[in-house]
Design a protein around this ligand. Structure first.
Ligand SMILES: Nc1ncnc2c1ncn2[C@@H]1O[C@H](COP(=O)(O)OP(=O)(O)OP(=O)(O)O)[C@@H](O)[C@H]1O
Ligand SMILES: [Mg+2]
Length: 380
């Protein structure tokens, strides 16, 4: 049996507090201690004392709520903050979610919404600590020469996993040409280079503090904006960072590109799976063939590498079976070509799976997320 969750409630409105407690009590198998506290200082001391996994944080004043949420998320990365407030507007919801709140509930809190939120957090903590595995999965998405769709796949895989209620971090490791920030319309204050400057002192709290929370729920560790900073990041630091991310997140998705050495090799060694993205045209296949062989020589073989054929069109002259023959590898997934919707999503800075969830490309990428979670559950 997974351990029971401890919960802290900061709520001055007795009706809301009693409502939350009543719903929590109906989860008797999963919920352990429930503590109602009177102020933020008591929240902090109770999380420490009870190692609480969920904090209901009443937000009466937005700026203060954002500050308190960010503080809790940075200080207690294993706890989930559920912000509660009387406001329904996105002007309140987004800043709190960006500050790291796992959920936002509007008062009066609906029983159904509260139940759904608690189910989500229970799933998240089971994935983290429970019977499935205490360690998260690390997946790198790679093509050495770029332009094949690795960022599209990494961003949408991460967003799809988050939509399934998973605890996900997306790392932009395209150190010299990262574009995750553009794809997700983020303006990070800190990036991977902040971590490089703190070699040897990186811990979960610090890592949390340099991430940005995207509205999809994905935590994002952005690439350095300055090319000189990219040079300073060392493979050993990356190993350290990936190991920490694995201990915090159920899924770490790393968008990579460039040559097969240094930081990339360290990342691939630390990955459970490498999703190698290519397309069904001759230059792309030739390049893929060379790199898959080189990866094999580095011990990154078919047990770890999955082939994704992007921008697939059944009318193209080169068929999936041709690609598989050339690469001597089975395609794990084909993603259809969807020019308009993919470009529109990038230009809007929103994941396609959120913006156009029924489009064929989004459908394929959600299927990818489904397969990845099934593989993890199956222990593969
Ligand atoms: N399935 C798809 N259908 C249509 N267009 C796509 C698809 N996947 C990616 N693209 C387009 O291909 C281009 C490259 O995609 P993306 O930026 O994801 O690739 P990348 O491998 O990360 O490239 P880079 O080398 O710039 O990092 C983008 O303009 C994107 O719109
Ligand atoms: Mg890219």
């Amino acid at each position: 049996m997974p351990p029971k969750l401890s919960i802290i409630i900061l709520e001055s409105d007795d009706i809301a507090k009693n409502g939350i407690t009543a719903v929590l009590n109906s989860f008797n198998g999963s919920i352990g201690k429930i503590s109602a506290v009177a102020n933020f200082q008591e929240v902090v001391s109770s999380i420490q004392a009870d190692e609480a996994q969920i904090v209901f944080l009443e937000v009466q004043e937005l700026e203060q709520g954002v500050r308190e949420t960010a503080f809790l998320v940075a200080r207690f990365p294993h706890s989930t903050v559920i912000a509660t407030a009387a406001e329904q507007s996105s002007h309140w919801i987004l800043p709190l979610i960006r500050a790291g709140a796992g959920e936002y509930l509007t008062k009066p809190i609906s029983e159904a919404e509260l139940t759904a939120a608690i189910h989500k957090v229970i799933r998240l903590h089971r994935g983290r600590n429970g019977s499935v595995s205490a360690k998260g999965s690390v997946l790198s998405v790679y093509n050495p020469s770029g332009g094949m769709g690795t960022t599209t796949i990494a961003v949408n895989l991460a967003a799809s996993l988050a939509a399934l209620g998973e605890n996900v971090v997306l790392v932009d490791l395209n150190l010299w040409s990262g574009d995750v920030t553009t794809f997700l319309d983020l303006a990070p204050r800190y990036t991977l280079s902040t971590i490089a400057a703190r070699a040897g002192e990186v811990d979960a709290t610090f890592l949390r503090s340099v991430m940005v929370t995207h509205s999809s729920g994905v935590q994002v560790l952005c690439g350095p904006p300055d090319l000189r900073e990219a040079d300073r990041i060392q493979p050993e630091q990356l190993r350290e960072v990936v190991a920490l991310l694995r201990s915090i997140f159920t899924y770490t998705i790393i968008d990579t590109g460039g040559q097969l050495f240094g930081c990339n090799l360290a990342t691939f060694d630390s990955s459970d799976l490498i999703l190698f993205v290519t397309q069904l045209n001759l230059p792309a296949l030739n390049n893929a063939k060379r790199y898959l062989a080189a990866m094999g020589n580095e011990g990154l073989g078919s047990d770890k590498v999955r082939l994704i054929l992007n921008r697939y069109n059944s009318k193209d002259a080169i068929k999936v079976s041709d690609g598989e023959r050339v690469l001597t590898a089975k395609a794990y997934l084909t993603v259809p070509n969807g020019d308009q919707e993919v470009t529109a999503a990038i230009n809007e800075g929103a994941p396609l799976v959120t913006r156009a969830p029924r489009s064929p490309v989004a459908t394929a990428l959600k299927e990818l997320a489904g397969r990845i979670t099934a593989e993890r559950r199956g222990g593969k």
